[in-house]
Design a protein around this ligand. Structure first.
Ligand code: MG
Ligand code: MG
Ligand code: MG
Length: 305
């Protein structure tokens, strides 16, 4: 029997990671390849909205066997991937992040400087002359809306907007209306413990001697989230001790007004003051106009850490 290729996005999966995995499975199958989209973490509320809307599901895998053939979407760094990724056989990477990747063998690596992996996947369908079905169009749109915060994030490119316009016709949905409902679904944080809250969308980064995590939650009320600040700090400090982190930045992003409040902890907590030209008060600072980890948080922190 031909071996099944596993397709997955990053840990603490976001809507792009999940949707792009399912989309890639569809594309690979149409090209005659045996494969399966899986997730390597818990589905968030925003993605749940999308999957419920379409009535689809995606299985969970905890780790993978040695030599498992895989396709990575929406990430390339091993710190953000599945357990045992070091021993996998990576066949393809489809991404839109900075490359921090090396493999001692040839593979298909496709990254584009766009706002979303699904935008790259849209291009692949076009190149292969494969029709995009309605469900796939809705998945692609959902991913683009999520990653670009309804086209308001500085990560959003002209190309994402052009692709979304074309997808809107196939999908037959009102993008603004659907998008806002989807994003709002993701801001319902009631069911999450503080521990889960800081892991809904956390990414770990390494730079020379520094190891840090930037976590983000979307909200329509920063104040609501800050009510739990004390407990949140407690679990962040625990995480810092357990993972031996130099810095943990927790960004609470107001998706309606496009700003973020950050909580910064760890022995390098103060570097955010230089990085964003702010003063930390009670471990917190307000970052006007900051919504993107990739374009705003990571580069400024990386420069200063
Ligand atoms: Mg992602
Ligand atoms: Mg993405
Ligand atoms: Mg994201």
């Amino acid at each position: 029997m031909e071996e099944e290729i596993l397709i997955f996005g990053h840990k603490n999966p976001d809507t792009d990671s999940i949707c792009s995995s399912i989309i890639m499975e569809n594309l690979e199958k149409k090209l005659g390849n045996k494969c399966k989209a899986v997730r390597i973490g818990k589905i968030n509320k925003e993605t749940e909205y999308v999957l419920n809307y379409l009535g689809i599901d995606i299985p969970y895998v905890e780790n993978i066997n040695n030599d498992q053939k895989v396709i990575l979407v929406d990430h390339n760094e091993s710190t953000q991937s599945v357990e045992n990724i070091e021993n996998a056989k990576i066949l393809k990477v489809i991404d839109h992040h900075t490359m921090n990747f090396k493999a001692p063998y040839l593979l298909y690596y496709r990254a584009e400087p766009v706002g979303c992996t699904s935008t790259v996947l849209y291009h692949l369908y076009k190149e292969k002359n494969i029709e995009i079905e309605k469900n796939i169009a809705i998945l692609m749109l959902s991913a683009i809306i999520s990653d670009t915060l309804l086209f308001k994030s500085p990560t959003c490119t002209e190309e994402d907007k052009i692709v979304a316009k074309e997808l809107e016709e196939i999908a037959g949905i009102d993008v603004e209306k659907y998008g806002l409902e989807m994003l709002k679904a993701g801001t319902n944080l009631d069911d999450f413990s503080e521990e889960e809250l800081i892991n809904i969308d956390a990414k770990e980064f390494k730079k020379e001697n520094a190891k840090y995590v930037i976590a983000q939650v979307n909200t329509v009320s920063i104040e609501d989230v800050l009510e739990k600040q004390e407990k949140i700090e407690e679990v962040i400090n625990k995480e810092i001790a357990e993972k031996n982190l130099d810095l943990f930045v927790f960004a609470i992003t107001d998706i309606l007004n496009s700003n973020s409040e950050i909580i910064s902890l760890g022995k390098k907590a103060n570097i955010v003051e230089n990085a964003f030209n702010v003063n930390l008060k009670n471990n917190r600072a307000f970052l006007e106009g900051v919504v993107s980890r990739k374009k705003q948080l990571v580069p400024n922190i990386d420069k200063n850490i």
